[in-house]
Design a protein around this ligand. Sequence first.
Ligand SMILES: [Ca+2]
Length: 278
Amino acid sequence: MRKKFLILVTIVVALAVGFVGCDSGTQPQKPQKKSPQAEGTADKAQAKKQETSPETQGSKKSTEASQGKEEGEEGTKQEEKAVKLDPDLPEPMFVGTPTNFESDNLDPKTGEPRGDFMVPENTKLVSVGKPVTSSDPDPVIGEISQVTDGTKTGYEGDYTALDPGVQWVQIDLENQYRIYAILLWHYHSQARVYRDVIVQVSNDPNFAEGVKTVFNNDHDNSAGLGVGEDYEYVETYEGKLIDCKGVTGRYVRVYSNGNTANEMNHFTEVAVYGKPAE
Ligand SMILES: [Ca+2]
C-alpha cells in the first residue's frame, strides 16, 4: 500500500515538474542567468543611481530613470566644475635641477615642471591672515604670524625659524573648510630638503582626535608620527603642492625636523585652498 502510494506521489511530482518545465519555455534557466558583463553594468548603474540625489531617485519612474540620471550627473558636474589652481608664486631664487643635498627618498619627478592642478570652481585661498600657533612659541628668527602673512619670497627676513628637532606650526582657519590644496614653502633660496614633512588636518586644535594626514614623507618614522609614503622634495619658489582631496577640517598642522643644510625649521608660508564646509 505504502509502496503504491509512494509511486503515485513520484508520478505526480514528475508530472508537475514536467508541466512547469513546459510552461516556462524551452530555456527555464534563462531568467536567472546574467552575464558577468550585464551584472557589472547593472551594479554600476545602481552605484551611479545612488550617487545622484535622493530626490531624483524617488520622483522619477523607471521609464524616466535614464533621463533623471543624466540631469543628476550634470548637476553634480556643475557643482564640482574643475578649474586650474592659479597660485600667486614668488620669484625663483635659483634655476636648474639642484643636486647639493642628500636624500634617499627623493621625488623622482624632481626638476620636472609641476603642471596644472585642478580644484573645484570657487576654491579660495583661505589661510592669509589666519592665526598661527607653534610647538616653539619663541621662534629663533621672525614671528610665527609670517606663516600666513601672504609673503613667500626666498629672501632673508621672510621666514620664521623654529628650534631644532621635530617642530610644527598650526593654522586656525577659523571655520571648517573642504581643503583641496595646501602649498607649503620653507626657506627656498637654495636647494634644500626639509626632513619629516608631515601635514595634518583636524577639527581638534590639539590634534588628539579626528586627525587626517594629507602628507607624510617621514619614511623611517624619525618624527614618531608613523611611517609616511610620500617623497622628500627640494624647496623651490613653486612651493610644495599637497593634494588634499577635499578633506574637511578647521586646523592645519605642518611638521618638519630640520633640513639638509642645518637643524633649523624654517617656515616661509603655508597657503591653504578650500571652500567652506557645509
Ligand atoms: Ca610668509
